[in-house]
Design a protein. Structure first.
Length: 52
């Protein structure tokens, strides 16, 4: 019986960070973060070249 409890805890410990990651990932996409990151990357690249 103890082995079954250990497997359940291990499975939960593996799935919990994955669930938290997915929730934060979806929240970030919903908040428009990918567009903001892309804009910042574009500006940095233009500054490095000397155009921006």
């Amino acid at each position: 019986m103890k082995k079954n409890t250990k497997n359940t805890r291990l499975r939960f410990a593996t799935l919990l960070p994955l669930i938290v990651f997915l929730a934060l990932f979806l929240f970030g996409i919903n908040a428009g973060e990918p567009q903001r990151v892309l804009e910042q990357a574009w500006n940095i690249c233009l500054d490095c070249i000397g155009i921006g």
